[in-house]
Design a protein around this ligand. Sequence first.
Ligand code: TMP
Ligand code: ASP
Length: 234
Amino acid sequence: MKAKQKKIFTHHDLDKVKIEFKDDATAFNALKKEKFEGKGKLNCLISAKIFEVLIKENIPTHFIELENENTMIAKKIQVVPLEIVLRNIAYGSLCKQTTIKPGTRLSKPLIDIYLKNDELSDPLITKDRIELMNILSSDDLDLIINLTLKINVILKNFFKNIQLQLVDFKLEFGYDYENNILLCDEISPDNCRLWDLKQKNDTIVSLDKDRFRNDLGGLIEAYSEIHRRINDFL
Ligand code: TMP
Ligand code: ASP
């Protein structure tokens, strides 16, 4: 998260922060930008619900509570400068950088890790380079990868219940003041690819930020639909 889509404020309790979700959308390292009225609120509410689902399953997260529809209170953390992407189905950059065809179901989840660095345009990075840069110890990297795999099982089932296919997603992690690793950032259609399983034929209907990335239109309608399905289910 490059905080392009969120604003972080201090909290009177110094172990906490307030995170305000904005209506801005960016794609392709902010080359593409647009404002969508209501997106901040939808992502904040969707993320809060999903964090609650994960917390119930004993996933450590930064989420504490909602302050209002656009703002959540979270534990203050030191963010690990990595983006952990997990893919169940090949799409997006995986298909641009390899010969794998879009829509291919992967026999096991693929984890791609990117360095969060705007100047370098978030390059794909290796485990050895992560250690070389002293970003994380090998044990903590393993812990983050295992948490990501566990989160995938929980989220895949959760979204299947509301007829959505979890294609891929991006997670971020951080350390709290006691050095615990916590899931942070957000879980929303901005950082998950979600395809509509209500679609009868094989056409892909994206209910996520691909509507903006690929100029498909109807972004707010798609995010509202996800919010509605989550609320009806929980
Ligand atoms: P990708 O196919 O572009 O690599 O994206 C994989 C997943 O990660 C997709 O769900 C979108 C998400 N993502 C982010 O949340 N932030 C980013 O900066 C990028 C590149 C991808
Ligand atoms: N969030 C990234 C950006 O701000 C890219 C993306 O999600 O596609 O550019």
